[in-house]
Structure formats: structure tokens, C-alpha cells
Design a protein around this ligand. Structure first.
Ligand code: DGJ
Length: 728
């Protein structure tokens, strides 16, 4: 275990001593230096705070390997000169060489955080963040690499990206580029990642880092359900609350790669960045390729501490939306309730019933558009963003006027209206496809494979970007629409070139940036068949993302807690749906469904009240009121995963408001507990000296609540409690 050393407050975030670089946060230091013999950057430390001189790693000197690149820890490993581990970049020169020799030139320090051209990035003022840029240069190929390190000291975070510039006269091709590369010393580590598939996203996977290469990634064109662009390296003994944990989160929505290599000397290298299998990026003279950013946080209080640092950083320095930490309206989404099967009357009735229950925002999901090719199933209409005249004979504006005239129960406020779109896609059965078949991604003569009967528009093309921006702007200008759910329901196949993948993403970010800047009062929600694009790139623009198409409450505990490893709960869309559940067939009580759903920042209903059993329906207004009460704490509070569903029959989560004055405990029992004691759940993160009232009844000290805890009994399976704590 490390000694918990706090930063000497006098120590600057960035300290440069000759050619030694030191980055310092409240609880961490990151050090590297220039090797005087080779001009290479060598890594010294990423971990708990250190001060002053440091001992030199002796393995090379002892074994006579001085100058051997494969035997040292390197800060930005280029390739071709004896480091046989995975490189952080590979450049193919016009002559075919893939050797690079990037040597240290100089550095720059800037207060604040320069933007990253065309890519989502963390942001901060001069008092929040300091940036060190280290300039490297390859004299043989005339390629420059600028490594950017932005230190957010209060978050124990350093954010890295790389700019590669061709300063020569010939063309080169970038074939690999990692945003972040880090070489750890010889020690045992575990790696934690999030894997899954459609409707079972974000399953936590923990395994030992073994000798050799292990990794994961996405080549789907999107961050994907399969693997999330997030990695944690942790001490093998680290738990949720104790031990060292390093969290790495890539701010990117496209294909990515995460590689972890334990080398012959026992060093562990971690690389996160663009996926080399989807990259072949030509750089002409004077051109630059910027990598996405990768955030690295250090925690000396376990995996939970790592997540809380990421959550705070993302809420305060990544999410641009004005709603990032603002209360979210309780919504009802039409998808699970009515699907494609509605008409003018039944959809209005759904909105009316939602408002009667206390819902504040009605979301019209798929099926509202398409004229000649009406979208009444998933076989037609994508691309034709005009209201279906059968369903909306007078267009959207009068219909929306009707919806927003409805007053929601027990308030004087009017129902708000939101809409679903999937603008990156086209059905071959559409006017758009007939007009612009070439806009759909395709690779020459190869067949265009359809998934869910649809093709992907080539968002790398400026004309496609303009089409999407215009189509969505027209919808938003046509009626009083204050919420958009932006869906995306298939992966990219048959790209014309490997670089299309990244070019698509740059185009998509341009579209997101333009639209969210143009419509700042719209609450945007991301979605990709559920959580297929739950990533930090999307969060820059959209403050919430639909977490999964699996709304089964038991599965959702797992999915939501998995997602929370990297992303703030405030960003999760989570809805109470009907039973038996559409994906799993399971029936659980309405209170359990509601309690799980209100652990996400955007709580909603996904059912048809007209077919909801009376008993469940009667419980909905109370659950909505409770969700509204806990919402501010979920949106800005710190999350403690007290017990994980994979470890316990009694998963529990605590949220503590930023100022520590309020907390809310979610306590669940999944299986029945017959004739057996139930364990106490010990709380975390409270002030041991302070007194807390528990649900307005008993009052206990923080010390008692953290060292004894609370205990609840249920007389059946699927028991749940939401418990309020107020600091006295
Ligand atoms: C997939 C989404 O995840 C669902 O919530 C729903 O919007 C459907 N698409 C609509 O086609």
C-alpha cells in the first residue's frame, strides 16, 4: 500500500527542472525526464505524491543495457529502434520506412487548457488547469510530435493528447496513434474494463495483467456496446474503497484500441487511442493529425475514488450543456409503450396520461416521420425527416401545441415535448436514398450490407453534415421542441478507406457542435441501441445518454453500476418500464423498478399507462415525486458503490451531495432471504463527527453509520429502500 501523501500546496501543477518534468495533483505526481544520451523521454513515476529528487531505475545499469529502448520505461514509444513492445505511434514514410526517432526539443507551459481542433476535449480556466506541451522532433523524417499534458490538480487528473505534424516535403501515413501511453514499473496489476453487447452493456471485467499483450477495442466505427473506451489498472488488492487505482478514459466516440502489455522485464505498458486497424491517415506537408484526448486519474482510495474523480471532472470540465447539473424533467418515452404502433389519437392519449401521472416531458420516439416511405416499421423512412401525414395531418407544430397545452398533474406547468431522431442513417426505402445513393457508406463494388434494414450515411462528407444539420434544425425550428433523443442503431461496415472511420467522427463532432451551439436550450440525449455510444466524446455535447435497451431493473443495477465506473450517474437515462420486462420477461415490483431507475440522472417512464395494472399505476405519482426529490443529489453528488450486485444479494449505493448536507441510500435485495440474518451496509464518505438524521427518524453519527451501518429486512425477493440522510 502507498503512503497517502498530500501535495505540498506550494508545489505547482507543472514543474520543469532542466529536462525533468513533474506534474502534480492534490494526491498524485507524474514524472518523466529526457535521456541525455538518446534524447528519448523516459517515464519515472505515475502514482502517489512525491517530492524532490527520485532514485534512478537501476535495471538498465545493472545489466549493462544502457541505451536499449526495449529495457526502459518510455513516455511516448515510437517504433523501429529496438523497443519491441507495442508502439504509441507508427508512421509510414513515402519510402516505406516505419522507423521513427522522436527526440526532445523544447517545452511550453500554458495556464488553462487550449482547445483540441475538431475533437471534444476537457475545458478549464487558468485556475483549474495547467498545460505542459513537450515538443519532439524526428530529424530524419521531419515529423514533429507535440505531447500535451493538462493537469487538473483538484481531480488528480492529467489529460493527454498528441499532435503529429508533417514538417517535411513528402507525404506520410499515420498508421497508429495512441492518445496516452504509460509505462508502469515492475509490479503486479489487475486490469478492469467494461464489456458487453446490445442490451447487456458495461459488465465489469477484472483480470490479472499477464506477460504479453492483452487488450480490447472497437472496430465498429463507434465506441460500441462490445467494449467501452475505458481502462482501469489497479493494485491486485484494491477494492471499491481502498488501494491504488488508475483510471483511463478516452474522450472519443469512434473505433478505439486499448492495449496492455507486460514486457519481459515486468514493466506494464498501457496504450489508449485510435484503433490502428481502422487508421491509415495521410498527412501531406504541413498537415497535422490530432489524437483524441485521454484522461488519466489516480486514486489512492480505491476504485470508487477513481470513479468519483472522473465523475467530478466530467461534470465540471467536459459536459458543455447547461443542463449538465440542472434538474432533469421526469419524462415518458413512447417506445416501450407503443413502439411503432400508434395513430394521432393514441399518441395524444399517451401524452395526456403521462401528464396525469406527473410526467413533465413527453418524448415521441421512433415512427413519427416519412411521407412517401412512412416509418411505421423499421423497414422504411430513415432519412426523410418530415412528419408522417397520416399521423400528423397538419404537421408537427399544431400537434406539439396540443401536447404542450396539457397541464401536468399537481402543477401549473405545461407538458414539454421531445422528439427522437436517427440522422446518421438511411433506409434504402426512402426518398433520401433514391436521391443520394452515394451518400451511404460503401466500398466500391462490394454489396452494401443492411442492418436493421438500414445503411449508414457517410458523415465524413461535408454535404452529408450539412444535410443533417439542416434536417435537425428544421425539425427544431418547426415546433416547440425542448428535448432530442439522438439514436444510432448499427455499426459501420464497408468503409471506402480505413481513414473513413476517424473522418466520420470528425464530421459527426462538427454536426454535434453546430447543433448544440445553435440550440443550447434543447436537452440532448445520446443513444445507440441503448448504450452503444456511452462515452466521454458524446458527453461533451449531450449531458445524458440512454444507458441500455435492457430496462429490467435487476439487470439495470449491474449495467448502471458498471457504467458508473467511468461516467457520472447524472449522465444516465434510466426508465421504469412495464412488466413482464420486454427483454427478460421478468416481473419485479414497481417500487424496485422505480428505485433502480431513479439512480440515473434522467428518470423516466417507458410504458403505456392505459395498459398498466391499476396497482402499479397508483404507485407512479409517488415514485415520480421521490425521483424528483433525489434528482439534485444524483446530478451533482458523489457516488459510493457500497456493495456490488456481482458480489452481494444486497447491492447498495450511496450518493452524498456536494456540500455533504444530504445523502440518499439505495438499498436492494434481489433474492429472497429466508430465516437468515441480513448484513449491515456500512456507509462511506460521511463526516464521522457529524450527526445525520435517517429518514427523519433516528439520528446517528457519521462514525456509527460508517462503522455499524444500516440494515433492512424484506419479506420477499426484489425488496428495495430509498433512505434519506440529513446532516444535523
Ligand atoms: C433503439 C433505442 O435504444 C430505443 O430506445 C428506441 O429509440 C429504438 N431504437 C427506436 O427505434
Amino acid at each position: 500500500p502507498n503512503a497517502r501523501v498530500k501535495r505540498d500546496q506550494q508545489q505547482e501543477a507543472v514543474v520543469v527542472d532542466g529536462t525533468s518534468f513533474s506534474l502534480n495533483g492534490d494526491n498524485f505526481s507524474y514524472r518523466f525526464h529526457v535521456d541525455n544520451d538518446t534524447g528519448d523521454l523516459l517515464s519515472d513515476h505515475f502514482g502517489g505524491s512525491i517530492t524532490g529528487d527520485i532514485p534512478i531505475e537501476t535495471v538498465a545499469a545493472v545489466n549493462g543495457w544502457v541505451g536499449e529502448q526495449g529495457r526502459v520505461r518510455r513516455e511516448f514509444p515510437d517504433q523501429g529502434r529496438g523497443d519491441f513492445r507495442v508502439p504509441a505511434m507508427r508512421i509510414r514514410q513515402a519510402e516505406g520506412y516505419t522507423v521513427s526517432d522522436l527526440q526532445y526539443q523544447s517545452y511550453t507551459v500554458v495556464q488553462g487548457k487550449p482547445p483540441l481542433a475538431g475533437l471534444p476535449a476537457t475545458m478549464g480556466s487558468e485556475s483549474d488547469v495547467t498545460t505542459l506541451i513537450v515538443h519532439l522532433y524526428d530529424n530524419y523524417s521531419a515529423v514533429a510530435a507535440d505531447l500535451s499534458y493538462s493537469v487538473f490538480p483538484r481531480y488528480d487528473a492529467v489529460v493527454r493528447s498528441v499532435n503529429l505534424t508533417n514538417k517535411g516535403t513528402g507525404n506520410i501515413t499515420v498508421e497508429a496513434l495512441a492518445s496516452l501511453s504509460v509505462d508502469f514499473p515492475y509490479e503486479n496489476l489487475d486490469m478492469v474494463s467494461l464489456r458487453g453487447d446490445w442490451a447487456r452493456e458495461a459488465h465489469r471485467e477484472r483480470r490479472k495483467v499477464e506477460y504479453g499483450i492483452q487488450g480490447f477495442g472497437s472496430s465498429t466505427g463507434y465506441s460500441s456496446h462490445l467494449h467501452n473506451p475505458f481502462l482501469a489498472l489497479v493494485d491486485p488488492f484494491a477494492t471499491e474503497s481502498d488501494g491504488e487505482a488508475w483510471g483511463f478514459s478516452l474522450i472519443y466516440t469512434g473505433s478505439f484500441s486499448v492495449q496492455v502489455e507486460k514486457s519481459s522485464q515486468g514493466f506494464t505498458r498501457a496504450l489508449l487511442g485510435l484503433n490502428p486497424s481502422q487508421l491509415s491517415w495521410p498527412l501531406g506537408p504541413g498537415e497535422t493529425l490530432s489524437s483524441p484526448e485521454c484522461v488519466a486519474v489516480y486514486s489512492n482510495n480505491g476504485i470508487g475514488g477513481m470513479s468519483r474523480r472522473l465523475h467530478r471532472l466530467y461534470r465540471n470540465h467536459l459536459m458543455k450543456s447547461r443542463f449538465a447539473t440542472a434538474d432533469r424533467p421526469v419524462l415518458l418515452n413512447s417506445w416501450e409503450g407503443l413502439g411503432f404502433d400508434y395513430n394521432q389519437t393514441s399518441i395524444y392519449q399517451l401524452a395526456q396520461e403521462a401528464a396525469d401521472l406527473g410526467v413533465k416531458l413527453f418524448v415521441l420516439d421512433d415512427g413519427w416521420f416519412g411521407d412517401k416511405y412512412p416509418r411505421t416499421s423499421d423497414t422504411a423512412g430513415l432519412g426523410d425527416w418530415v412528419p408522417n401525414p397520416q399521423r400528423f395531418p397538419n404537421g408537427l407544430a399544431p400537434a406539439v401545441r396540443n401536447y404542450t397545452a396539457i397541464v401536468t398533474a399537481n402543477t401549473s406547468s405545461h407538458l414539454r415535448f421531445g422528439i427522437w431522431v436517427e440522422p446518421e442513417m438511411v433506409n434504402p426505402n426512402s426518398d433520401l436514398y433514391h436521391e443520394h445513393p452515394d451518400w451511404a457508406l460503401h466500398a466500391g463494388p462490394y454489396p452494401r450490407t443492411e442492418r436493421r434494414n438500414q445503411l449508414v450515411l457517410n458523415v465524413a462528407l461535408p454535404e452529408v453534415q450539412e444535410f443533417i444539420i439542416d434536417a435537425v434544425s428544421n425539425i427544431l425550428n418547426s415546433a416547440d421542441i425542448t428535448y432530442v433523443k439522438w439514436d444510432n442503431n448499427r455499426g459501420i461496415h464497408e468503409t471506402p478507406s480505413p481513414s473513413t472511420d476517424h473522418a466520420y467522427m470528425l464530421g459527426l463532432y462538427h454536426v454535434f457542435d453546430t447543433l448544440t451551439t445553435r440550440f443550447p436550450n434543447v436537452l440532448w440525449e445520446g443513444c445507440a441501441s441503448g448504450g452503444g455510444r456511452f462515452d466521454a466524446g458524446v458527453l461533451q455535447f449531450f449531458p445524458q445518454i440512454w444507458t441500455s435497451d435492457d430496462t429490467d431493473a435487476v439487470n439495470r443495477i449491474n449495467i448502471q453500476l458498471g457504467t458508473s465506473l467511468a461516467y457520472p450517474p447524472s449522465a444516465m437515462g434510466s426508465h421504469l418500464s412495464a412488466v413482464p420486462n420486454q427483454q427478460t420477461g421478468r416481473t419485479v415490483p414497481v417500487s424496485f423498478r422505480g428505485h433502480v431507475a431513479m439512480m440515473g440522472g434522467s428518470f423516466g417512464l417507458e410504458l403505456d399507462p392505459a395498459t398498466t395494472p391499476e396497482e402499479d399505476k397508483a404507485a407512479l405519482p409517488g415514485l415520480i415525486a421521490l425521483a424528483e426529490k433525489v434528482n439534485p443529489i444524483i446530478l451533482t453528488g458523489d457516488m459510493y458503490r457500497l456493495r456490488l450486485p456481482e458480489d452481494s444479494n444486497w447491492p447498495a449505493v450511496l450518493f452524498i451531495s456536494e456540500d455533504g448536507s444530504e445523502a440518499v441510500l439505495f438499498y436492494f435485495q434481489t433474492n429472497p432471504n429466508v430465516n437468515h440474518a441480513a448484513p449491515w451496509v456500512r456507509l462511506q464518505g460521511l463526516d464521522p463527527q457529524a450527526m445525520y438524521s435517517v429518514d427523519g427518524n433516528a439520528t446517528y453519527s457519521g462514525a456509527t453509520l460508517m462503522n455499524i451501518g444500516l440494515q433492512y429486512y424484506f419479506d420477499s425477493d426484489y425488496g428495495s429502500r430509498v433512505v434519506f440522510l440529513e446532516r444535523q
